[in-house]
Ligand binder design. Structure first.
Ligand code: ADP
Length: 161
């Protein structure tokens, strides 16, 4: 059985993430979406909220599991029998950081491959941070995030219709 791991902050999960989740779940037997809990990073949504939003948005995809982790990604990957780490690539600007991370992870765990999936064109501009920013200024985020996330943002930040 092949297991893929899709890690990220998911603060909050966007339709760009969901696209990568759907496409990887179609390739692997099992996909673990793992919310990175970084104590040094201040997030808009709590760990529980981020998990819940992903669970709500991926409920109909049978082979997706949602979890959180802190510490070393490869340690978590080993513990859960992960075959490959999946990352999404939007633009050249993602590449440098992702190459560095993938190279370090290969050094730490040569048996675990990192696979990159190109973003769907319509989501190439989309990031959690830009969603948080425009929502905070009252812009509508419909079509950019799953409907449940829209609701969470509305409750948290108020205002946009
Ligand atoms: P963000 O960069 O939006 O804050 P994360 O840190 O949660 O997102 O990213 C988790 C993973 O999802 C990374 O591999 C990132 O490159 C990828 N990703 C984020 N947004 C998109 C998108 N719109 N299309 C494809 N992949 C994406």
């Amino acid at each position: 059985m092949t297991t893929a791991l899709y890690p990220g902050s998911f603060d909050p999960v966007t339709n760009g993430h969901i696209d990568i989740i759907r496409r990887s779940a179609a390739i692997f037997d099992r996909l673990i979406v793992a919310v990175a809990v970084n104590v040094e990073k201040t997030a808009l949504f709590s760990e529980q909220e981020r998990l819940q939003m992903i669970v709500e948005a991926t409920g109909e995809i049978a082979n997706v599991e949602v979890d959180s982790f802190d510490g070393l990604l490869v340690k978590y990957a080993r513990k859960h029998g992960v075959t490959a780490i999946v990352k999404g690539l939007r633009a050249i600007s993602d590449f440098e950081f992702e190459l560095q991370m993938a190279s370090m992870n290969r050094k730490l765990a040569p048996d675990i491959e990192t696979l990159f999936m190109m973003t769907a064109n319509e989501y190439s501009f989309l990031s959690s941070s830009i969603v948080r920013e425009i929502a905070a200024y009252g812009a509508c985020v419909r079509g950019l995030v799953p409907p449940g996330v829209e609701e969470h943002l509305r409750n948290r930040l108020g205002l946009f219709k």
